[in-house]
Design a protein around this ligand. Structure first.
Ligand SMILES: Cc1cc2nc3c(=O)[nH]c(=O)nc-3n(C[C@H](O)[C@H](O)[C@H](O)COP(=O)(O)O)c2cc1C
Length: 190
């Protein structure tokens, strides 16, 4: 598949089949993340794959408690990737301070998109989840406080045909994108 087709095919999947995901496919996705670029090559990431059913249930319960209950759909996903921000390197930190840009979050965003696109190519559905209890996830996986947990990615085989998912997506209004002319200009700021 060429890249633009892959990008067009990806969508936020919030309904999964109750099928396990082959471990080699998960590893291939993390390998794609490993090759991502990062500021000063800091590689400020770690990924914990949660696919053991009891642990996943505990994780979901804690992650989606209280105000985070809107993320309960993640309980259907057979795999949850916990994205952990490792301490950026000294150089990257200094650069971030001077520029007032959190390079480590950019790095992680890029690495995560590698995961998601690789998963799409393998026929897997994914959804980024930023709305969850970081405290709850930290507790279940015993992640030290010095690490941030910016994101979860849920992953699995999508439930329904692409058309069905496309319908759900349209209903949620999430297929709408700004027009190119709103976001692109050549040689001047508009
Ligand atoms: C950083 C980030 C955090 C997100 N957090 C959530 C979330 O907590 N819950 C959710 O249902 N979708 C979440 N999404 C998915 C977006 O809602 C979705 O990407 C957007 O609406 C566009 O739809 P599409 O991915 O189907 O193209 C998140 C996406 C990103 C990039």
């Amino acid at each position: 598949m060429n890249l633009i087709s892959l990008i067009q095919q990806r969508y936020s999947c919030r309904k999964f089949l109750p099928l396990p995901v082959e471990e080699e496919k998960i590893v291939q996705c993390i390998e794609a993340a490993r090759l991502a670029p990062s500021a000063c090559n800091a590689q400020p990431w770690k990924f914990v794959v949660v696919n053991e059913i009891n642990l996943k249930q505990r994780l979901v319960d804690e992650a989606t408690s209280g105000i985070y209950k809107f993320s309960k759909f993640i309980s259907q996903a057979p795999v949850i990737i916990v994205v952990i921000a490792d301490l950026p390197s000294f150089l990257s930190k200094v650069g971030s301070l001077i520029r007032d840009v959190r390079f480590y979050l950019l790095d992680i965003g890029i690495a995560c998109e590698h995961i998601v696109l690789q998963a799409t190519e393998l026929g897997l559905g994914t959804c980024y989840v930023g709305w969850f209890s970081e405290k709850g996830v930290r507790k279940v996986l015993d992640i030290p406080k010095k690490y941030k947990i910016p994101l979860l990615i849920c992953m699995g085989y999508p439930d329904g045909s692409y058309k069905n998912s496309d319908f759900i997506r349209r209903r949620a209004g999430s297929d709408t994108r700004k027009d190119l002319k709103e976001i692109l200009s050549f040689n001047k700021f508009v």
